[in-house]
Design a protein around this ligand. Structure first.
Ligand code: C2E
Ligand code: MG
Ligand code: MG
Length: 974
């Protein structure tokens, strides 16, 4: 700001010049000196105007050139060697007064004026003036730089103060007030506010707000959403990140949108954003109301500068506050933890003590001490942990009617008592099976509810705690503590402790009881084991006896008492083994089969059969001496083992003796029988490895003996073995023949002898053997019967014969076929025959079945039934080979016979000279048959004489080679 000085009069006259000089001496500022210099020239004639100008430096006086022309002229003057420059028209004259300070004198001359004259007139004064100007400028510059220094120092101090604030102990509001004070020292900042902005949350807060006019100041403790302040000056500051300054109109120009003015209208407003790394984090605002104060660019720059420092200070303060807060929180937290830990340590100590007590109790429970000592010690341990001066244990008696107190301590006195179950507190606990604790009032309450009836030994307790004793969930008693001390109470920890004690007591009781029970059980067990051992010994003896008996039974035949097949095999095995060691030794096995035993058994009954067998066994035994043995192998099979023979003749001699001995007539069930046996002999030498081989060979020899006509013996040799092998081969051939239909019937005509007319045919089987040609029954029927194949073969033949007859023979002719004994064992034989007849289309009346006595022997009753049914159906029956059997005549009465066939043996005898025995027999047969209305067929008529005799004797029918040999049916029908 410049000072106003009086312009001195022109120094044209001395007194005037003296005054000018006086003024010059007085002049202190460059402006005053400049004005005096100007005055000096302007009073000169020929000079229209004089101006002192200063280039480069912004100052009020000497002032800067005001036009481009002036500037150019002044600059040229400063550069000119002589320091003078004259304008083009010569009217303007520039003279460099101070080169260093770049001060120029500019003269405007009139038309008649001359620079030279003007300068000459002013010369001495000018020198003085210039010197003075030089001093004044120097001084002014000094002042200037001093005040600038002062300003910077102020600023510096302010900034230090601001940054000091961050580290001070002031709280935030105090610090903000201090900032306000500092800013106020730098500029007019009566109305000042600080905004803090959190870009991540997009919220702002007026941290500090000082305003002399604003009644409605914002809350400095609350965050505001930025968008809630949209289009206000603060919002623009934060959003645009640029300073805003000026009056309302000027401000409106600086924003990119509508402007909402909040708060009282200000004359001038200056706001700067506070930035960190280009990011807006707040703003500072100062404003003035009615004071005429207008903020300058310097103020703006200053505020911006201060702003960044304030931001740093705020951030530091905030983080310091936050750190302090965190430290405080952490300290509190640690404090809390510390307190918890101390509590835990206390708990641990308590738990350790508890643990130790519980451990002691657990040890006691298994210690080898008597029950009383156990209870006493438990009491002592419990007493260390809780008030247990009064302590008792009660147990239910075995019958659960009494409470026994094995340990009862009350008021320091030991009681022994037992009482019946009542309704006390103890019973209450026992009933519920749950621990119960309570004060005297709780007990009274229970009594009021009727849960229990109080009864006390001495005074009632102040508090009571009882826990049931349980073994496998069953309550066996309880343990109780009670106190008469008003300061005692039992809570959850006490209950927990006593529950543990109860568990251990129960365990101990259980252990003691089970040890006793175990001891008893052991005693019982030992006793039982002894008893059982005795029983077992007896049992073993019994078993041994039984086994021996059984062995005997197993090895002997119960009927005759003779060794059985198993025994024989064992013995034979041993004998053969010995022979293996002594190759010159040999043994013999006589395998015997009673001839026709079946007939005896069937006709006389099983009891008689048994008697018969026993008698035979006796007879065999009489011909055998030790070590030889007689065995019964099965129904009618016996064997004699001769252990050591020198030659086979010894065996045959014995066989002979046996045959004779057996043949002695025997009387059984009132009947005289003539028993006989067939004997097969096999000689055992070192070539036999086991019993079965020898038995098999002896069996083959037996078969041979039977084949040869029974009542004899046969000795096994290789040829015999080969025959047997043939039998087996034949069997398989028969099977094949059946499959390939190699059987066919041949028909032998049956004649009515009186008129020599064929009345029927007998179907006789033939086998068209592919290699051996046509085979007769003799060659294969026996084997077919033995193997059972005969049934299938027969049925094939029956069907074929019936069909042939039905189809090819005149319908008045009948057919007979031979039914083997096996068929008649089946009770459905008749139905099968009838079905077959139906199939083949042959009328039943045209069929006659031939059965032999042998077939009837098996089961006469059922054979009769079958034949009866056939008779009813129209099928007749003939008895074949009549006269060869045992008791032929008896059958004639009982069987439904239509015919009988006199065996060929009788017919053969008929043509012998004289009346033979046979003639008598045939006559008798014919007479009987006729009496019974049975027709007679004579078999095997070979000669005319036989035929004639038969005719004369009244025999109706006959068959034989004389009349016709068996041949295929076609032979007869064509
Ligand atoms: P069988 O029922 O007594 O049959 C009569 C046998 O005497 C026949 O022998 C027959 O050829 C024979 N024959 C007939 N007239 C004379 C004669 O004038 N002189 C002599 N020497 N023989 C005569 P074949 O055919 O060898 O039958 C033998 C036996 O075989 C039969 O005796 C019978 O018991 C049985 N048989 C025959 N065919 C069958 C059959 O199909 N099934 C069964 N199970 N047995 C049969
Ligand atoms: Mg026959
Ligand atoms: Mg016959």
């Amino acid at each position: 700001m410049s000072r106003t000085l009086p312009i001195p009069a022109r120094p044209t006259r001395e007194p005037e010049n003296a005054a000018w000089l006086g003024c010059l001496i007085e002049a202190a500022t460059p402006g005053e000196v400049g004005t005096l210099i100007e005055n000096l020239f302007q009073s000169q004639p020929g000079c229209l105007q004089a101006r002192v100008l200063r280039l480069d430096v912004q100052s009020e006086h000497p002032e800067a050139p005001t036009s481009a022309e002036e500037l150019l002229l002044a600059q040229e003057a400063t550069r000119a060697v002589d320091g003078v420059k004259v304008s083009v028209d010569g009217r303007q004259y520039a003279l460099s007064l101070l080169n260093e300070e770049r001060v120029v004198l500019l003269l405007m001359l009139s038309a008649e004026g001359s620079a030279k004259t003007v300068l000459a007139n002013a010369g001495p004064y000018l020198q003085l003036g210039v010197r003075q100007l030089h001093h004044a400028i120097k001084l002014a510059d000094l002042y200037d730089s001093h005040s600038q220094l002062e300003h910077s120092e102020n600023l510096q101090r302010a900034l230090f103060a601001i940054s000091d604030l961050a580290g001070s102990n002031l709280d935030m509001p105090e610090m903000l007030r201090e900032i306000h004070r500092i800013v106020s020292g730098l500029m007019y900042a009566e109305n000042f506010f600080i905004v803090r902005y959190h870009p991540e949350r997009e919220t702002l807060r007026f941290l500090y707000y000082a305003d002399i006019n604003d009644q409605d100041q914002p809350d400095t403790n609350r965050d505001i959403r930025l968008e809630d302040r949209q289009h206000t000056l603060t919002w623009y500051l934060l959003a645009q990140g640029k300073p805003l300054m000026g009056s309302n109109e000027q401000l409106l120009e600086q924003v990119d949108g509508p402007l909402i003015l909040s708060g009282p209208d200000s004359d001038d407003w200056l706001g700067v954003p506070m930035l960190h790394n280009g990011q807006v984090l707040g703003a500072l605002v100062v404003q003035s109301y009615g004071s005429g104060i207008v903020y300058s660019r310097d103020d703006l720059a200053l505020l911006e500068f201060v702003g960044s420092h304030i931001l740093t200070a705020l951030a530091r303060k905030e983080s310091k506050d936050e750190l302090e807060l965190r430290v405080r929180q952490r300290t509190e937290e640690l404090d809390r933890v510390n307190r918890g830990l101390r509590q835990e340590v206390r708990e641990r100590h308590r738990a350790e003590r508890l643990q130790e007590a519980l451990f002691q109790i657990a040890q006691l429970a298994t210690a080898d001490i008597d029950e009383n000592t156990f209870y006493e010690r438990v009491h002592t341990v419990v007493g260390r942990l809780l008030d247990a001066k009064n302590f008792f244990i009660a147990l239910l008696s075995d019958d659960r009617t009494k409470l026994e107190f094995p340990y009862y301590m009350d008021a320091g006195v030991h009681h022994t008592l037992t009482r019946p179950i009542g309704r006390g507190l103890s019973e209450y606990v026992l009933r519920r099976g749950q621990p119960w604790s309570g004060s005297r009032e709780d007990i009274m309450e229970l009594a009021r509810k009727g849960e229990m009836v109080p009864h006390h030994i001495g005074e009632p307790s102040v508090c009571w705690l009882g826990v049931p004793l349980k073994v496998d969930e069953a309550v066996i008693g309880l343990v109780v503590v009670q106190s008469y001390d008003k300061n005692t109470s039992y809570g959850a920890p006490e209950q927990e402790l006593l529950s543990f004690v109860a568990l251990q007591i129960a365990n101990s009781i259980y252990r003691r009881r089970s040890a006793a029970a175990l001891h008893m059980a052991n005693l019982r067990l030992e006793h039982r084991v002894e008893e059982r051992t005795r029983e077992l010994r007896a049992e073993i003896v019994r078993r041994e006896q039984m086994q021996q008996q059984l062995h005997h039974q197993v090895m002997h035949d119960p009927l005759t008492g003779l060794p059985n097949r198993g025994y024989l095999r064992e013995r034979l095995d041993r004998v053969l083994q010995r022979i293996q060691g002594e190759p010159n030794r040999r043994c013999a096995l006589l395998y015997m089969d009673i001839d026709r035993f079946k007939v005896i058994n069937d006709s006389l009954g099983h009891l008689a059969g048994d008697e018969f067998l026993k008698a035979i066994a006796m007879r065999l035994l009489t011909h055998v001496r030790e070590p030889d043995m007689v065995a019964r192998l099965s129904g009618d099979e016996f064997a004699i083992l001769l252990e050591d023979i020198e030659m086979i003749a010894t065996a045959t001699a014995i066989a002979d003796r046996v045959l004779q001995a057996v043949a002695v007539p025997l009387r059984i069930s009132g009947k005289e029988l003539e028993p006989s046996v067939s004997v097969g002999i096999a000689c055992g030498d070192a070539s036999y490895l086991d019993a079965d081989e020898l038995i098999r060979d002896a069996d083959m020899a037996l078969y041979q003996a039977k084949q040869l006509g029974r009542k004899r013996f046969a000795v096994f040799d290789e040829a015999l073995a080969k025959d047997m092998v043939d039998v087996l081969a034949m069997e398989s051939e028969l099977r094949k023949a059946l499959r390939q239909n190699e059987f066919e019937p041949h028909f032998q005509p049956i004649y009515r002898l009186a008129d020599n007319k064929v009345v029927g045919y007998e179907a006789l089987i033939r086998w068209n053997h592919p290699q051996r040609g046509l085979l007769k029954p003799h060659d294969f029927v026996k084997i077919a019967e033995d193997s059972g194949l005969i049934e299938a073969i027969d049925w094939r033949l029956f069907e074929l014969s019936c069909r042939l007859l039905a189809q090819q023979a005149p319908s008045d002719l009948f057919i007979t076929f031979n039914v083997s004994a096996l068929h008649l064992r089946h009770t459905d034989f008749d139905t099968r025959v009838l079905k077959m007849l139906e199939r083949t289309g042959l009328s039943p009346s045209r069929l006659i079945t031939e059965v032999t006595e042998g077939a009837l022997l098996d089961n006469p009753e059922s054979v009769r039934t079958v034949l009866d049914r056939l008779r009813i159906a129209g099928v007749g029956a003939a008895l074949d080979d009549f006269g060869t059997g045992y008791s032929s005549l008896s059958y004639l009465h009982s069987l439904p016979l239509r015919m009988l066939k006199i065996d060929r043996a009788f017919v053969l005898e008929l043509d012998k000279d004289g009346r033979s025995n046979s003639t008598t027999v045939v006559a008798a047969i014919l007479a009987l048959a006729h009496a019974l209305n049975i027709q007679v067929i004579a078999e095997g008529i070979e000669t005319q004489a036989q035929l004639d005799t038969l005719l004369s004797m009244g025999c109706e029918m006959g068959q034989g080679y004389l009349l016709g040999r068996p041949a295929p049916l076609a032979h007869w029908t064509e």
